[in-house]
Ligand binder design. Structure first.
Ligand code: SAH
Length: 346
């Protein structure tokens, strides 16, 4: 029965070696298959050309490879590419390749939909359907790496967990995927080139710090005033800013890594001087930098990008307080690939 077969990529290398020993084969066979599964990212057992037909049939009897399938590829006029990725159970997530002069970045999803309810984000409308497995996250990266080589003649240089979902609500699988991405047995990428973006789950930020992870942390802040933040990111009532701040202090103490705050400025919501002062105060807690990101309208609803003057006010006051700040232009807007626009529209 198809459905009884196990996902072979849920096995560790050791478990795969044990499987072969039990079958009367050499443990080393496990290493070979493991290399095909991860480093060579084989989609089928038949692709494993240095494995005998008999062994491939044995694997076929016991296991499946739940490889993702890139269903549709959309290409923006700015070079951004969006993949709609079909999972083995038919659900779909999206991932994005963002090329700039000096880097190509993969923006990958961690969940199908999202359990959080940020009012300005299209993914929130989908609700959370399920967590992605480590291999499903890994496959997205491999797919984007291939496209980067094909369309931009260079390998992928960076990864951001800023696609669909809240990575800290699927922490174990995200961590396993990152382990594979950074391992020489996987893609061998440096963790310094990986950024996990979270809406801010204090308990999990502390856990990450305890785990001494080596990748970077970004927090979607958007407001440093509890009342305002709760109105646009309702889960903030469960994880208020004081709690978030103390978890970030803990993170910095343990990792010594500066934090990036993502921040959209909206008309009438956080474009006041009071909002700016609150952000400045919040930024004093730990070394950080602020990325002001452009708002990508998801419908004709309640949110509207603030005026250039309001954004300039932010820049002026932050810089005066010696806080590093960048303004990030949107990419791939014409194909709904920009921040907050991932919603399986096509
Ligand atoms: N759940 C994670 C990662 C996904 S969202 C997080 O919250 O960080 C990636 C980034 O896009 C976040 O900073 C999010 O706040 C931002 N974002 C969401 N909707 C947006 C929109 N419509 N326009 C611009 N940025 C948006």
């Amino acid at each position: 029965m198809e459905t009884k077969k196990k996902d072979i990529r849920a096995l560790t290398k050791e478990q795969l070696r044990e499987f072969f020993v039990k079958q009367g084969d050499k443990a080393f066979r496990g290493n070979q298959v493991y290399e095909w599964l991860w480093q060579k990212s084989a989609h089928t057992f038949d692709a494993m050309t240095n494995i005998s037909l008999e062994t491939r049939q044995l694997l076929e009897e016991h296991y499946v490879i739940n490889h993702i399938k890139v269903d549709t590829i959309q290409r923006s006029k700015d070079g951004t590419i969006k993949n709609a990725v079909q999972l083995h159970d038919g659900l779909v997530v999206e991932s994005v390749l963002i090329p700039t002069k000096s880097r190509t970045t993969a923006c990958v999803s961690s969940q199908v939909g999202c359990s959080l309810d940020c009012k300005f984000c299209a993914t929130a409308r989908l609700k959370r359907m399920r967590n992605l497995n480590p291999d499903e996250i890994y496959d997205q990266v491999v797919a984007i790496d291939n496209e980067s080589r094909l369309y931009h003649n260079r390998p992928l240089s960076n990864i951001v967990f800023m696609g669909m979902g809240e990575p800290l609500m699927n922490y174990n699988n995200v961590l396993k995927a990152i382990d594979k991405i950074t391992s020489p047995e996987g893609l061998g990428m440096s963790p310094k080139r990986i950024t996990l973006s979270t809406s801010g789950v204090p308990k999990m930020i502390r856990k990450m710090a305890d785990d001494e992870v080596k990748f970077n942390l970004a927090v979607s802040l958007h407001s440093a005033i509890d009342e305002v933040r709760t109105s646009i990111m309702p889960f903030n009532s469960t994880f208020p800013l004081d709690d978030l701040k103390s978890s970030l202090e803990y993170w910095y103490e343990k990792t010594g890594k500066r934090i990036t705050y993502e921040y959209v400025v909206w008309k009438g919501i956080n474009d006041s001087n009071e909002a700016i002062d609150a952000l400045v105060k919040f930024c004093k807690a730990v070394p950080c930098k602020v990325n002001i990101i452009e708002y990508n309208p998801i419908d004709d609803g309640d949110f509207e990008q603030a005026s250039p003057e309001a954004i300039n006010n932010y820049l002026r006051v932050l810089e005066r307080n010696r806080i590093v700040v960048n303004v990030r232009r949107s990419r791939g807007k014409d194909i709904d690939a920009a921040c907050g626009q991932l919603a399986n529209k096509s």
